[in-house]
Ligand binder design. Structure first.
Ligand code: HSE
Length: 440
């Protein structure tokens, strides 16, 4: 072993772990010229050592026991790619306790327990780097935390779950079923171990929690994030949206308002002309609106072995460089100094104001649309567009589809209107609401 080599222990040899080994091998010379040190993975832990892998593990000591990697006195730095809370949390804290910097792609862990992990790291004077936790290959943490530190950030909006975007895009372009596309995403290594996290907004909410914290200097607030998934988006909604000049995307939005911070993940109609509306497949994109810089759009692969490995290795190089810097002079984990986090409240979803797309089935009879629009009018909700799509056979008993676009309205007001519309005798379905984000 070279005398100045940094010795790395790898926890997890799945899709991303293999990507890290491949890139470190393939680009060894380039990476070491940047880091100023040699980098060697000396041991790695995997659940199944017999499994065939897409990388060479020659020269790497393999074990099924992650504690052996963390406790190995020859290991200087830990890369955690196991995912989930336990045992990842215990192992990360144990590495920190031993003064070992940690690089992790674990958004779940950071969103829920980041405060505890960073406090431990700060007290030990070690770094915990987590660029790979948000938006795969896109260096969004570094950009918000460092490159935009001269700005007051107003809002951040992103497509930050590759699997969800892959599903919506394939449903739209190829007319394939939800289940079929999800199975593809799992095979390609995009999906979470629990794929419901991709579909129900949990994974995006983990990432949004982290982005909001570094953008606004607030504590990690995952429990207060509003989450809505893409399970109920139908091919019909997608066609409807397109005909009205929009595309449906699963968005994470964090916005600073006078009353507090909006923190929400849900499907949204976005005007077709916005660049972010045209981000397809497993690609991610994040728009950051900042007062001096204006709007920035970051775009790149948001999941998969090689793209995520790119972010992990960038963190590894940063960590290696900081090993020679005093702990107090390093970039703070959540961008702001730990004592300088603000206590801005996270707004309940009822207080959030958005325009809406509403979809319902109604009997095709005189006065029905008037009754619906009267309820909206009485609630002070202004309508931007209304459309009743006539079926060729008229109303066959299931009613006809009615689509409405409204102007911006507080969520609580819209909820009341929806309840009133749903009890109308001639309204035959529940009212589906998808929020509209013009991102202007
Ligand atoms: N399941 C995640 C996604 C992986 O699809 O975006 C990357 O975090």
């Amino acid at each position: 072993m070279e005398t100045n080599a940094i010795r790395v222990g790898l926890l997890g040899l799945g899709c991303v772990g293999s990507g890290v080994i491949r890139a470190l091998t393939r680009n060894q010379e380039e990476i070491e010229r940047r880091a100023g040190r040699q980098l060697r993975i000396v041991c790695a832990c995997a659940r199944d050592l017999e499994k065939s892998r897409d990388c060479s593990t020659e020269g790497i000591r393999l074990t099924t026991n992650p504690h052996e990697v963390v406790d190995d006195s020859e290991v200087d730095v830990i890369i955690e790619l196991m995912g989930g809370i336990e045992p990842a949390k215990e192992l990360v804290l144990r590495a920190i306790e031993q003064g070992k910097p940690v690089i992790t792609a674990n958004k779940h862990l950071i969103a829920l327990h980041g405060s505890e992990v960073f406090a431990a790291a700060e007290s030990q004077g070690v770094n915990v780097a987590f660029e790979a936790a948000v938006a795969g290959s896109i260096p969004i943490i570094k950009n918000i935390r460092e490159s935009l530190s001269g700005n007051r950030i107003t809002w951040v909006a992103g497509i930050i779950n590759g699997t969800g975007n892959y599903i919506l895009s394939a449903m739209e372009k190829e007319g394939r079923s939800f289940e079929e596309v999800l199975a593809d995403a799992q095979r390609l290594g995009y999906a979470e171990a629990d794929p419901s996290f991709d579909v129900d907004g949990t994974d995006a909410a983990h990432k949004l929690t982290i982005l909001a914290s570094i953008a606004f200097g607030i504590p990690l607030s995952f429990e207060q994030a509003y989450r809505e998934g893409i399970e109920n988006i139908s091919a019909d909604n997608i066609v409807d949206a397109r005909e009205l000049g929009y595309r449906i995307k699963h968005l994470g939005i964090a916005r600073r308002t006078e009353g507090g911070i909006e923190l929400r993940v849900h499907p949204a109609l976005i005007p077709h002309r916005r660049l972010i509306a045209n981000v397809d497949g497993v690609m991610n994109a994040v728009v950051v609106q900042a007062d001096a810089a204006g709007a920035h759009l970051y775009y790149g692969a948001g999941a998969g072995g090689d793209p995520t490995a790119s972010a992990v290795i960038a963190d590894l190089v940063d960590v290696v460089r900081t090993l020679t810097t005093d702990a107090e002079n390093r970039v703070p984990h959540l961008a702001y100094q730990p004592h300088a986090l603000s206590d801005l409240p996270i707004l309940p979803i009822d207080d959030v104001e958005t325009a809406c797309y509403l979809k319902l089935q109604a009997r095709d009879r005189p006065g029905v649309l008037a009754a619906v629009t009267r309820i909206l009018g009485d609630r002070g909700i202004s309508i931007e567009a209304i459309r009743q799509r006539q079926s060729m056979n008229g109303d066959s008993g299931e009613g006809v589809p009615v689509t409405l676009l409204t102007h911006a309205v507080p969520e609580a007001q819209m909820n009341q209107a929806i309840v009133e519309i749903e009890v109308l005798e001639d309204v035959l379905s529940s009212v589906q609401r998808i929020r509209i984000e013009t991102l202007g």
